[in-house]
Design a protein around this ligand. Structure first.
Ligand code: NAP
Length: 298
C-alpha cells in the first residue's frame, strides 16, 4: 500500500471511529436562539452536548432535555480554558466545537461608539478564534474533529447601519477559509453556517443597542432618515416569512452537517439569504447599491 493510500485509510478509520463513539459537542451561546435550538436538536439526535452560556441558570430547559450545562463567556480566557478542560477531562477532546456566541452592535459607521464595536469583535471574532485554538491540540492528536462557525449571510453581503457587525462576520469567513485548509491534513473539518434573518433575541439586542446609541448621542444624528428607514426595514423583514425563519431551521442544517461523513464547507440558511447573496455576487456594486438605496430610501 502506498503512503497516500495508507494516510487515506488511517483518516477514514479515525473518522469512522469518531462517528461511532460519543463525540462531545461544545456549543457557545446557548441561552437563547440558534445556540439553544441547536443544543436541543443535537441532543435529540443522540449527540453528547455541552450547552454553555454566560448565565448557567438559563440552561435549565436544555439540561432537562439531556444537555450538560457549563458556564462559558467567550471574552474570558479563564472561562474558555475551564470549559474546554471539563470536556477534555470527560472525553479526551472536544469532538465538535460550535462557535455560535455573537451579537450585533449596529449604527452608522461615523457615529458608532468604537469601544462597543471593539467589544463586539472580542465576542464575535476573538472569542471564536481563541476557543478554536483551545480545542485544536486534542483534535489534532485524535486526528478528527469538527469546527462549526456560525457566520451570517452578513459575511457575504453588507447592509447600511450594520457595517461593523458585518465586518465581524467577514472576519469569520476569512478565518474559516484559512482554517479549513490548515487543519484538513489532521482530519478536522471546518463548516461555516451562514444564516439569513433568524427570529431570536438577536433583533432585540440590536434594537437595544440602537436605542442606547440614540440616548448617548445628545447631539442630533446626521443619519436620522437612514436610522428610521433601517428600523422599518428590519421590523418588516423579521416579520416576513420569506425573509425570516426560526432558529430550528439553522439547528436542522447543523444536525445534517454533523451527521454527514463529508460535510460541505458552507451552508447558506434560508432561501432569501441565497437570493441576496447571488444578487450581490452576480449583480455587482452598482446593482447592489441601487437595491440598498431603494430599500433604505436614500
Ligand atoms: P441570540 O438569541 O441573541 O443568541 C446569542 C447568544 O450569544 C446568546 O446566548 C448570548 O448569551 C451569547 N453571547 C453573547 N455574548 C457572549 C459571550 N461573551 N460569551 C458567551 N456567549 C455570549 O441570537 P442568535 O440569532 O441566536 O445568534 C447566534 C449567532 O447567530 C450569532 O453569532 C449571530 O451573529 C448569528 N446570526 C444571527 C442571525 C439572526 O438574524 N438572528 C443571522 C445570522 C447570523 P447572553 O444571553 O448571555 O447574552
Amino acid at each position: 500500500m502506498g503512503k497516500n493510500e495508507a494516510m487515506t485509510k488511517a483518516r477514514t478509520q479515525a473518522r469512522t471511529q469518531a462517528r461511532t463513539r460519543p463525540d462531545p459537542v461544545l456549543i457557545s451561546g446557548c441561552s437563547s436562539g440558534i445556540g439553544a435550538a441547536t443544543a436541543a436538536a443535537l441532543v435529540s439526535a443522540g449527540f453528547v452536548v455541552y450547552a454553555t452560556a454566560r448565565q448557567v441558570e438559563t440552561l435549565a430547559d436544555l439540561e432537562a432535555l439531556g444537555c450538560r450545562p457549563l458556564a462559558l463567556d467567550v471574552t474570558s480566557e479563564d472561562s474558555m480554558v475551564a470549559a474546554v478542560k471539563t470536556v477534555e477531562a470527560e472525553h479526551g477532546r472536544v469532538g465538535t466545537l460550535i462557535n455560535n456566541a455573537g451579537f450585533g452592535e449596529y449604527g452608522p459607521i461615523e457615529e458608532s461608539d468604537l469601544g462597543l464595536v471593539r467589544a463586539m469583535f472580542e465576542t464575535n471574532v476573538f472569542g471564536l478564534a481563541r476557543l478554536t485554538q483551545l480545542v485544536l491540540p486534542a483534535m489534532r492528536r485524535s486526528r478528527s474533529g469538527r469546527i462549526v462557525n456560525i457566520g451570517s449571510m452578513g459575511g457575504r453581503i453588507t447592509f447600511p447601519v450594520g457595517g461593523y457587525y458585518h465586518a465581524t462576520k467577514y472576519a469569520v469567513e476569512a478565518i474559516s477559509d484559512a482554517l479549513r485548509v490548515e487543519v484538513r491534513p489532521f482530519g478536522i473539518d471546518v463548516i461555516l453556517v451562514e444564516p439569513g434573518l433568524i427570529r431570536s433575541n438577536f433583533e432585540n439586542r440590536v434594537n437595544e443597542g440602537l436605542e442606547a446609541g440614540a440616548a448617548r448621542n445628545d447631539t442630533v444624528t446626521a443619519y436620522a432618515d437612514l436610522l428610521s428607514a433601517n428600523e422599518k426595514s428590519t421590523t418588516g423583514s423579521y416579520a416576513n416569512d420569506f425573509m425570516a425563519t426560526g432558529p430550528e431551521t439553522v439547528a436542522a442544517v447543523i444536525v445534517k452537517a454533523l451527521q454527514s461523513s463529508r460535510p460541505r464547507a458552507r451552508y447558506v440558511v434560508t432561501p432569501a439569504a441565497k437570493v441576496m447573496i447571488n444578487l450581490r455576487r452576480f449583480g455587482g456594486d452598482r446593482i447592489w447599491d441601487r437595491a440598498m438605496r431603494r430599500q433604505f430610501g436614500l
